[in-house]
Write a protein that binds this ligand. Sequence first.
Ligand code: SAH
Length: 258
Amino acid sequence: MINHEFKKKFGQNFISDKNLITAICDDAGVSDSDEVLEIGAGAGSLTEVLNSKAKKVVSYEIDKDLQAHLQLLNLDKTKFVFGDVMNFSIQEIENDFSGEYKMIANLPYYITTPIIFKFLNGSKRLKSLTIMVQKEVAERIVAGSGGKDYGVLSVMINFYGDAKITRIVKRQMFYPQPNVDSAVVTIEIKEKYPQINKDEFYKFVQNVFAMRRKTLKNNLLQGGYDKNKVEALGEDVLKARAETFTLENLIKIYQSIV
Ligand code: SAH
């Protein structure tokens, strides 16, 4: 990629190593029956490999300075969309796909979680996400209950899917080089998630983890939940800290206080 002025504000850290790019596509299990959504085409290095493996690729890129370069790649199965992916509705994005699709992205760090939640919350057709994120975020995504990495992100992603880290990627693999290492995470969307109000449950989980050093009782009362219902949970539950509860525990607690 010559003559590109890299824009930090767009989280531009490009990868060019073919082995790494191929490995990411393998982590996602991309085959010629898959339709793929890429977010952040960059110089198109991942897009090119996806184009050769998938049935169809739709790739969003916010930086219009990359438009000429990307279009010159002449990728026959790829549609580029130039704009901020956050400004498109899920419906608009999904109109380009015939059915289910996979997301693969070396995500811009500054909007990693908004992008993940936009799709987890809003999509019914996304099958999996294979995303490069900061290593520290990856650890929070896959964390189980009990540790310091376990929090709102771990619970909510576990609510929607099964997440695992498929590889650690050193900062030296990127240009320009970021200050942190990265990791590839795959999230397979669960066929069925619990039949509860997602937005209310999300608010509940945020309340539960609002003050990590406080007990559940404190956090729930602070969150404005009904005092009688909260107290009915019993002392053992109420004196525990947020990080000790599994997703299943949290769903039960939620259901008994709303
Ligand atoms: N996929 C490329 C580039 C990754 S860097 C590679 O792996 O080499 C992240 C890319 O996302 C950048 O090109 C950046 O311009 C783009 N980007 C950042 N914010 C975006 C947004 N809101 N919508 C679409 N693309 C975005």
